[in-house]
Design a protein around this ligand. Structure first.
Ligand code: ADP
Ligand code: ZN
Ligand code: ZN
Length: 743
């Protein structure tokens, strides 16, 4: 082994042109000390400006003559080192999802900067208890009351927290100083890790597992002990005991000296969920999410690195917490779209976890009530091992679901948002003082505002989308936040008949008050949950019975049990079907299933009602029947016919530009370069994206489809190579493999 004379370094500049390792010579002072993953300063470019970069390889192989090699200027203090596995993971992400290496490196670093540890002071007695007692006697004789208070405690305890003494005992700093100068006590500082979770809770043992639950436990841990590493998919309705299974698997892993990462979508990461983990594992559990300060994040990583934590819970970025001995990754609600990153690299947590598990030699457990088509497909192919839990352990069966045809309602003269059947059922619940949830898959007050005379639609000047009408006479762009006043006249033709298409949550709230005077309503949507904590607050208020009805967007269908909710109404189930998006059917099925699952979670039986204009659509029919398997069979046929994931793979290439023509030109050149390769793929576009302009940037999109992911990677690589040779001004190119949304 040589210690290496050269270092290959990724420069911290996110630009394709410099997206490769640059070689530098290691100065004698750093020889043997420099490690892969360290952040260093290097002179870069013709002007030799100092830049930062990460060492990705140390080698003896010179890429060019010694006299031409520049020297590393030094190691950057306080920057975190990227661990070897993380560098590997970043390289895999760059390759699999398309991004610069530096963007991938930054993604796998959960915190970039070391943050100083917090300190607390403590008071330590320097004498024996006996000597302290005699000091106490002395102080009593002299009526030095403050001294007496602190010495009394010190007789009993050799070390006291500083805050206790200055706070509760009300002893001044001056008194402590004098005790210190007399050699009776010392005041010491101790650093400690911030702990974002402040929970004092009684530890609880796990439940006695049911037969089905035990089978999963035995199989997963049995495989683990035999050195078999796999991905397991637990398909089980809400309340079927999935979380209990995770907890018992984690317990098994901890017994084996292993650590676990548990991914839960940020929105489902409620206090109750955390509490359950804490009751089981105490403070060897921690969280990692966006509400943590930089210091808190840093400390959780340090605690993990040092083996002071067994479990970390968080959204997708919790994957990158550096455990020394990772044994298992759990992804709950694995079908959630939020597991896919929206920025480059556009990685999916499920696949990334699969790769991470393979390099860490860990197992992967996925769980969902409505598995993603991807995971179920893989389970059917035998790549994942499937387990099914189909009994609710808390008693209470699934609520019956019925469908109301809104076209029929209109024909019989009911123009209200509430069908006659829904009104009847609500009336009943209100009388019985039971609670109701109404779910609308759209936020805001209304859809678009259009002129009834000339058809003009009010649009955002920065984005190619229609503005949404909100209460208080405002029109708002949900993409960029642009706001303007409601127009009184059509800006095109001057007609006063410019009106909103009303079907938002605010509108429903108004209608409720009109139809059921005195009704108490809580509303939850993007507007009422802008403030931190407001989400939890609304849910808590509702669970404490402060309202009869909770109206909301899809946020209300996640997490949280409301035992008193016995009716769930879905107001217009097909709103999510109208999206021109190949996942719309899947998303609708998942939302409706979750919504229906909200009814009857307590001892009282519940029911759910789905209102729709398309009662025959299989996503709606199967959701009402709560038949995942049947839904899957129909949906996968559609994916196979359309060559959509998971039946095939898809690469979306998004081109954005300040000038429309420049974007068009770049898109055209990229398409030509794909054509030249004569690969066996299906190519669609380039076309204007469905949102053709966003934040003043023009957007174009190209789709490539192939059953072979590797072929798509090759196409991406060739485009990256082409882009590197081009002079570009403001255009950008983004890659998205197996996209969650259409562009
Ligand atoms: P899921 O994660 O599938 O929604 P949970 O694990 O939260 O299901 O279980 C639902 C409820 O059933 C919880 O209240 C849990 O405490 C309880 N439970 C789970 N497993 C058992 C068991 N083996 N025996 C008794 N109760 C259980
Ligand atoms: Zn008009
Ligand atoms: Zn806008």
């Amino acid at each position: 082994m040589t210690e290496g004379r050269y270092a290959n370094i990724i420069i911290d500049i996110s630009h394709e042109k410099v997206d490769r390792p640059f070689q530098y010579k290691i100065p004698d002072s750093l020889r043997g000390k420099l490690k892969e993953g360290m952040c260093v300063q290097i002179p870069f470019g013709n002007a030799n400006h100092l830049r930062q970069g990460y060492v990705v390889e140390i080698t003896d192989r010179a890429e060019f003559p010694d006299e031409k090699q520049k020297l590393i200027a030094g190691v950057v203090d306080g920057k975190l080192t990227v661990e070897a596995d993380a560098i590997k993971l970043a390289a895999w992400m760059k390759e699999t999802y398309g991004s610069t290496m530096i963007a991938a490196l930054k993604t796998v670093l959960p915190v970039k900067q070391a943050v100083k540890l917090k300190e607390k002071k403590k008071i330590c007695r320097l004498m024996t208890a006996e000597e302290t007692r005699s000091e106490l006697g002395e102080a009593m004789r002299k009526h030095q009351n403050a001294r007496v208070r602190v010495l009394e405690e010190l007789v009993r305890e050799p070390v006291l927290p500083y805050e206790l003494v200055t706070g509760k005992l009300n002893v001044s700093a001056a008194t402590l100083k004098s005790l210190q100068s007399q050699g009776i006590i010392s005041i010491e500082r101790e650093s400690y890790y911030r702990n974002p979770v402040k929970l004092e809770t009684i530890r609880e043992a796990g439940k006695m597992l049911s037969e089905e639950q035990s089978r999963i436990r035995e199989k997963v841990l049995g495989d683990f002990d035999q050195g078999i590493r796999k991905t397991y998919l637990v398909h089980g309705i809400t309340g079927s005991g999935k979380t209990e299974v995770y907890l018992s698997l984690i317990e098994g892993m901890i017994k084996r000296g292993k650590q676990c990462i548990v991914l839960i979508p940020e929105i489902a990461l409620t206090f109750q969920t955390l509490l359950r983990f804490y009751k089981r594992f105490g403070d060897r559990v921690s969280v990692m999410n966006s509400t943590l300060s930089a210091g808190e994040k840093y400390d959780q990583c340090e605690r993990a690195r040092r083996g002071e934590l067994d479990v970390i819970i968080g959204p997708r970025s919790a994957l990158f917490v550096p455990f020394p001995n990772l044994g298992m990754i759990v992804i709950d609600e694995e079908h959630e779209p939020s597991y896919k990153s929206e920025t480059m690299p556009k990685y999916h947590a499920r696949e990334t976890a699969e790769y991470l598990a393979s390099i860490k030699n860990a197992s992967l457990v996925l769980g969902s009530a409505t598995p993603s088509l991807e995971s179920y497909y893989r389970a059917k192919e035998g790549r994942y091992e499937l387990f099914t839990l189909n009994r609710r352990l808390t008693g209470g069966s699934l609520a019956p679901v019925s469908i109301v045809d809104l076209r029929q309602e209109l024909r019989s003269g009911n123009r209200s948002i509430f069908s006659r059947k829904l009104q009847e059922l609500m009336e009943e619940r209100l009388q019985k003082k039971e609670q109701i949830m109404l779910f609308l898959n759209r936020r805001g007050y209304a859809g678009f505002v259009s002129c009834r005379s000339c058809g003009h639609v009010m649009k955002c000047p920065h984005c190619d989308v229609s503005l949404s009408q909100h209460l208080g006479g405002r029109l708002v762009c949900h993409y960029c936040g642009y706001e303007t006043a409601d127009p009184r006249k059509c800006p095109e033709c001057g007609s006063p008949y410019i009106l909103g298409f009303k079907a938002g949550t605010q509108q429903i709230e108004q209608q409720l008050h009109k139809r059921f005077p005195g009704i108490r309503v809580l509303r939850m949507d993007g507007d009422t949950t802008k403030k931190k904590d407001s989400y939890e607050k609304i849910l808590t208020a509702f669970s404490e019975g402060e309202a009869d009805v909770l109206v909301g967007t899809q946020m209300i269908v996640k997490g949280h049990d409301f035992p008193n909710v016995t009716l769930v109404g879905v107001l217009a189930a097909d709103l999510s079907l109208n999206d021109s998006d190949y996942r719309a059917g899947e998303r609708t099925f998942q939302l409706l299933t979750q919504a229906a699952g909200r009814a009857g979670r307590g001892s009282k039986p519940g029911e759910a009602l789905i209102q729709t204009y398309r009662p025959e659509h299989y996503s709606i029919v199967r959701a009402a029947e709560q038949d995942y398997e049947a839904f899957y069979e129909e949906e996968i046929l559609y994916r196979e016919l359309g060559e959509y994931p998971p039946a095939s793979h898809m690469l979306a290439v998004l081109i954005t530009a300040r000038q429309e023509e420049e974007g068009e030109e770049l898109a055209r050149r990229l398409k030509e370069s794909i054509d030249e390769q004569k690969k066996e793929i299906k190519l669609i576009g380039p076309a204007k994206a469905s949102i053709g302009k966003l934040n003043d940037l023009f957007r174009f999109v190209i789709y490539c489809k192939s059953s072979d992911y590797q072929v798509l990677i090759e196409i991406k690589d060739s485009m990256e190579a082409l882009i590197q040779t081009m002079e570009r001004r403001n255009e950008t190119v983004q890659f998205d493999f197996d996209p969650m949304d259409s562009y």
